[in-house]
Write a protein that binds this ligand. Structure first.
Ligand code: NAD
Ligand code: TYD
Length: 353
């Protein structure tokens, strides 16, 4: 079996669902169920004996040791993290705690477990750490995209905490011989994406008749990848990646935020039109994010050359699937946008006017 951490969040839940669609190898899912974790994402697995869910913290050494001893996973995929840049600006403490201290504690549990495996089991074992392109910092307009050799230059508390965790993972390979893999991926989008992030926030606000907030002038650039493609890349890296290596994962799809928002508005105009006019009329320019990274772009040549992975979706196909999913899952959106979500949007957008 494999241990997945953070498997009730956006990418983790997509990964678990895809994994169990693709094969029968059981998944032990360890998730703290923070505001971003949601068991509703996994409702399709209810009663499925291949999925065992445990609510808990990757930083809880006793729990992690017990789970490893009891379930003896042959691999671990570590998604668990605090993941939202704006939240890291308002309160970096949780990011340090989970992304750095939590990953460290998890690695300590893995080190003890790994030490007791047989040589055969050691050779087969993998610890795959899911990271982000944001660790590389910000690119100028004409600079080449991030390759794996690009210097780490994180600019937000989020990216700095992820960079720190990447370094710890690397050190546990070099020092203790743990067979680790690190993947650094660009911005994901797709089903179960929490509506604090740009694309689901725009869909949610558009349908609710609310303003569509664009930070700054909307010309910041991100590379967007459909979440199912990210999950496929992780499966590929887990199966065939070389221990100790890092792999950049991206969609070959750089877009300005304004272009992304226009695309979403146009799709909504076609699929769920307003009574009059376009959703584009709801676009509002708001105060920029402090330290807002200008551009991220991924050079995903290595994973294609060495592991044969390329994204299957284009942005056109992926974003249409995504918008349709949100239109068909109004209940899911309603549930995750009640209570604490409102407090967060008030905190984040109140001082941007
Ligand atoms: P998310 O915020 O949607 O989900 C994170 C999950 O981790 C939640 O289920 C949460 O409950 C759980 N979690 C948080 N702290 C925990 C802890 N201490 N112990 C156990 N579980 C904990 O995040 P996501 O967007 O699904 O991102 C998953 C991973 O992928 C993160 O490591 C993130 O840095 C990385 N990543 C995300 C993107 C993106 O575009 N979303 C891109 C590249 C990399
Ligand atoms: P986000 O989805 O938070 O991902 P990240 O900051 O990790 O790239 O934001 C994507 C881009 O959209 C980023 O440049 C910030 C911008 N953005 C807005 O313009 N308005 C918003 O309300 C949000 C949440 C993000």
């Amino acid at each position: 079996m494999i241990l997945v951490t953070g498997g009730a969040g956006f990418i983790g839940a997509n990964f678990v669902l895809d994994w169990l669609r693709e094969c029968d190898e059981p998944v032990l899912n360890l998730d703290k169920l923070t505001y971003a974790g949601n068991l509703e994402n996994l409702v399709a697995l209810k009663g499925d004996a291949r999925h065992v869910f445990v609510q808990g913290d990757i930083g809880d050494g006793v729990l992690v040791a017990d789970l490893l001893a009891q379930h003896r996973p042959r691999a671990i995929v570590n998604f668990a993290a605090e993941s939202h840049v704006d939240r890291s600006i308002h309160g970096p403490g949780e990011f340090i705690q989970t992304n750095i201290v939590g990953t460290f504690n998890l690695l300590e549990g893995v080190r003890a477990y790994f030490g007791k495996l047989s040589d055969l089991e050691k050779a087969a074992f993998r610890f795959l750490h899911v990271s982000t392109d944001e660790v590389y910092g910000s690119l100028g307009e004409v600079e080449p995209p991030f390759a794996e050799t690009h210097q780490y230059q994180p600019n937000s508390p989020y990216s700095a905490s992820k960079a720190a965790s990447d370094h710890l993972v690397r050190a546990y390979h070099h020092t203790y011989g743990i067979p680790v893999l690190t993947t650094n991926c660009s911005n994901n989008y797709g089903p179960y994406h929490f509506p604090e992030k740009l694309i689901p926030l725009i869909i949610h606000n558009a349908l609710a008749g609310k303003p569509l907030p664009i930070y700054g002038d909307g010309s910041n650039v991100r590379d967007w990848l459909y979440v199912g493609d990210h999950c496929a890349a992780i499966r590929r890296a887990l199966a065939s990646g070389m221990p100790g290596e890092t792999y950049n994962i991206g969609g070959w799809n750089e877009m300005t935020n304004l272009d992304v928002v226009h695309t979403v508005c146009d799709l909504l105009d076609a699929l769920s039109p307003r009574s009059s006019g376009s959703y584009r009329e709801q676009i509002t320019y708001v105060k920029d994010r402090p330290g807002h990274d200008r551009r991220y772009a991924i050079d995903a040549t290595k994973i294609e050359r060495e592991l044969g992975w390329r994204p299957a979706e284009t942005f056109t196909s992926g974003i249409e699937k995504t918008v349709r999913w949100y239109l068909e899952h109004a209940d899911w959106v309603g549930n995750v946008t009640s209570g604490a979500y409102r407090q967060w949007t008030e905190t984040n957008y109140a001082d941007r006017k």
